[in-house]
Unconditional design. Structure first.
Length: 168
């Protein structure tokens, strides 16, 4: 992995999620190419979800609340390896058991992504990656919609929460 996020090589896929190549994150964003990402929803034992406020320096959805830790799958990397890497990088946690929930395709004006959604349980402590996350906190699932009325959330995160409600 390179130290410059924009230069990381990202797995590019077709509409059916078959790998077709690799390009830098910068090119992937500029050309709005379909790529892979992992989303890890971290719950505590009380069933509350850990949400993170994305830093203003993020290349997509800056300043939004994110319901999942995660990020792009690097070229040649598996979904499980990417999920474990992202948990360690973003939240500073490891040794958790990941449960694969489902895969989903999401598309909006800024993003086209095949995401693999995982859940896990952790009480922390969390060591937030300051370049990517301003702060985070646990929140009851039913409190997300009221918060969303006053503060922005990532659209892909809200989309996956709707699907998750039907899979638990």
């Amino acid at each position: 992995m390179t130290a410059i996020p924009a230069e990381e090589l990202v797995e590019i896929v077709d509409r059916d999620n078959h790998p077709i190549g690799a390009v830098s994150r910068r090119i992937m964003r500029q050309q709005r190419l379909i790529h892979r990402a992992v989303y890890i929803l971290v719950f505590n034992r009380q069933g509350e979800l850990f949400i993170q406020k994305r830093s203003l320096g993020k290349d997509i959805y800056p300043g939004c609340w994110d319901v999942a830790a995660g990020g792009v799958v690097l070229a040649g990397e598996s979904y499980p390896d990417a999920a474990l890497r992202e948990l360690q990088e973003e939240l500073g946690i490891g040794g958790v058991k990941l449960a694969h929930r489902f895969d989903q395709y999401f598309e909006d004006d800024a993003n086209r992504v095949w995401g693999r959604i995982y859940t896990c349980t952790s009480e922390g402590p969390f060591f937030l990656q300051e370049e990517e996350i301003d702060h985070g906190r646990f929140i009851a699932l039913e409190a997300i919609e009221p918060l969303h009325r006053t503060e922005p959330f990532t659209p892909d995160g809200l989309f996956l929460l709707q699907r998750l409600a039907g899979s638990i």
